[in-house]
Design a protein around this ligand. Structure first.
Ligand code: G3P
Ligand code: CA
Length: 281
């Protein structure tokens, strides 16, 4: 019996020294632009791989085409991630679908290159929802929403169409635009919203600011390099989620978890999942 207890203590001590010990709440690994280190960002293979790696959420940035279709792309221009040039909003969906959204990745990252990435297409949000249905969770960003273009209404209509709004936290919506989030909150109060923050200096936060956010948001998405433990604890004391971006190294993930963050955006969901499971060197 005594030896058994000793063994148990040793096992416990060993696991404490190698794992992240305080995930006592939901903690989300958010696959930033899909598994974007290993496959061309915001393409179906990139999202597929993130799902395979065990990410909790697929992160999708939204842009709008000239004919009002919602498509997955980070930049306002197609130049970096396709073989085209110019603003997404200057392309009709048909024109955008002619572009190659995969070969740039093979050229830029030869070690990760795959033949199957050649001539991948820019997916619409609907392509993605059709492809994955409710088999994944979605973390969607309204990017550069312009008044009168109805990005928010179109987004909610699609989420309704695919019956994704009935189920708990299946969809989270994020934006740097407070106006966009407040609009979504007016249209549907049950969707968790994340206010993204760009800090140019170490972040501090007042009670007044927290009350302001709590009026419409479930949490905050700050740059991980601009926050500290005090900031995280203050938001967590008010039950706000904290989802820092973009955290790619295990040691940073582990530090943030120990401060109490409730998720991380990462280009390495494989690493994120390992850290979450306690496999930290
Ligand atoms: O959405 C979180 C993070 O992705 C914000 O930065 O520029 O990569 O969309 P960005
Ligand atoms: Ca984003």
């Amino acid at each position: 019996m005594g030896r058994f207890i000793l063994l148990l203590v040793i096992i416990l001590l060993t696991s404490c020294s190698t794992s992240v010990s305080n995930i006592n709440h939901d903690f989300f690994i958010i696959a930033h632009r899909g598994a974007s280190t290993y496959a061309p960002e915001h393409t179906i293979p990139s999202y597929e791989l993130a799902k395979e790696q065990g990410a909790d959420y697929l992160e999708i940035d939204l842009q709008m085409t000239a004919d009002g279709e919602l498509v997955a792309m980070h930049d306002e221009k197609v130049d970096r991630t396709t073989n085209g040039k110019g603003f997404v909003r200057s392309y009709t969906l048909h024109e955008l679908k002619q572009l190659d959204a995969g070969s740039w990745f093979n050229q830029q990252y030869p070690k990760q290159a795959k033949r199957e990435y050649i001539d991948l297409k820019v997916p619409t949000l609907e392509d993605i929802l059709k492809h994955f249905g409710d088999s994944v969770n979605y973390y969607i960003e309204t990017k550069n929403p312009i008044k009168g273009e109805y990005m928010e209404e179109k987004l909610l209509a699609l989420l309704e169409k695919y019956e994704l709004l009935q189920k708990g936290n299946k969809v989270i919506i994020q934006s740097f635009s407070e106006n966009s989030l407040r609009k979504i909150h007016r249209l549907n109060k049950s969707i968790p919203l994340i206010q993204l923050m760009k800090y140019n200096h170490p972040a501090t936060v007042s009670e007044e600011q927290i009350s302001h956010w709590k009026a419409y948001a479930r949490g905050i998405g700050p740059n991980y390099q601009m926050i500290d433990e005090t900031y995280v604890k203050k938001l967590r004391d008010h039950n706000l989620w904290v989802h820092p971006y973009t955290v790619n190294h295990k040691k940073h993930m582990k530090r943030l978890i120990n401060w109490g963050v409730t998720g991380v955006f990462t280009n390495y969901s494989d690493r994120g999942v390992e850290v979450k499971q306690g496999k930290v060197e």
